[in-house]
Design a protein around this ligand. Sequence first.
Ligand code: 5AD
Ligand code: SF4
Length: 473
Amino acid sequence: MESADLVVINTCAIREGAEQKVIGRQGHLAKLKDANPGLRIVLTGCSVREPDRAGLRRRYPAVDVFLRPDEEPELVDRLGLASAQGAIGTVAPVGPVGATTTVGRAVVGVADGLSGTRARAVGEGTVARGSTISAWLPIIYGCDKTCTYCIVPFSRGPERSRPFDDIVAEARSLAAAGYREVTLLGQNVNSYGHDLAPEPRFGHVDAARWAGRRLDLHGRPDLAELIRAVDGLRTTDGRPAISRLRFVTSHPWDLSDRLIAALAECPSVCEHLHLPVQSGHDGVLRRMGRQYTVEHYRERLDRIREAVPGIAVSTDIIVGFCGETEEQFEATLGLLEAIRYDQVFAAAYSPRPGTPATHLADDVPPDVKRRRLNELLAVQERIGLTRNEAWLDREVEVLVDTVVPPRSHDHGGPAAGATAGQGAGEGSVRLSGRARTNKLVHLSGEPGLVGRLVTVRIEHAGPYALRGALVGA
Ligand code: 5AD
Ligand code: SF4
């Protein structure tokens, strides 16, 4: 960073720690600017959420330009990259602030240009892709849910679905570019389409299909319809043009039977579902504003496991939410034992400014939060190991995506520690990839296998990953 003329910081606001990290760097960034007066610093992402910039300037004094997530094209303009307008000035007033809306009683800026920005970038072929193997495909921006701890409805505004045909067109172009895996992306992908205009071609999508809220969905596309359309993109020999289709995140409240049927029937949809539960106690769920009960959650999961046998399930948990008693925390541990997740992402609750939960007392002391988090992770480590051991001696399809750099304690060349089997010989390196269940799988083989779907026989299982030998590519 010392020699940079431009620093662009992309922020995440979901937990306090993520935001504090950037705030804590302001002094260092200011020093860099002292040393290099030409340096310009741009801040974007979810931390840029207030319609007025005064608060942002106070918290991020070293930053020259604040851009909402949909304002990236403006970044290009302001830097003079596209239109040669010259360098940006210090503390430049940001261009027109986008529309605002109210979420609860708060006024928030809305990144309302996202769909258009995306369509333009796809058309121009300028979407930044981190990989040539797997791609994210945003389908809905924002969130209309009411989770009391969550800043997303404030940072990302209300739900806006991308037009159905734009998404299918982007999926088609990804398939043509050789992508093997696509993940449909949104804060709550299950809401997809409720805000789009009804059309005769979606006349069969009926209104009463949500487990939770009853929106008038008649004639509007939904996630199930979208999944079927992307799965329906086929090669000339009839195989799905995109081998693996995933989607995140699903809110349990409106996970429909139509979606479950699509998961079961579409061959490209991977056997993995991320279904955040947050807590195993109804009282906590109520305070969190999650809109479902543990019973409803378990009913949905039973239906899914029935429809897609062997599906891997992961979840998010918050420990130490306002008023969480020891007994309520233990109910969460009990739920983990009962459901037996493949993977759990857990965090201690941290209050986020402006969210409804800031009106509740954050009364679980930090050391109790930490202890509960460690206890929960230990329980899950044991469960994860058992779940993974069930894959021993079985063959799984792996999409190889990484050459793992040799570890410093490896001796005897890059193939050291390689498991037996085809591909573990001369020229073989350590590789990793994902099974359809999203499990991380380590193997040995030629670097040329990156980007390929291979078959691996599982020989070792740990709590967080599997290891095996190549049996075919
Ligand atoms: N504190 C802790 N965890 C949070 N999450 C969201 N907001 C908070 C918060 N204030 C977690 C939830 C969510 C995941 C993306 O982040 O578990 O599912
Ligand atoms: Fe946040 Fe809840 Fe929306 Fe997820 S569903 S983004 S937790 S408000």
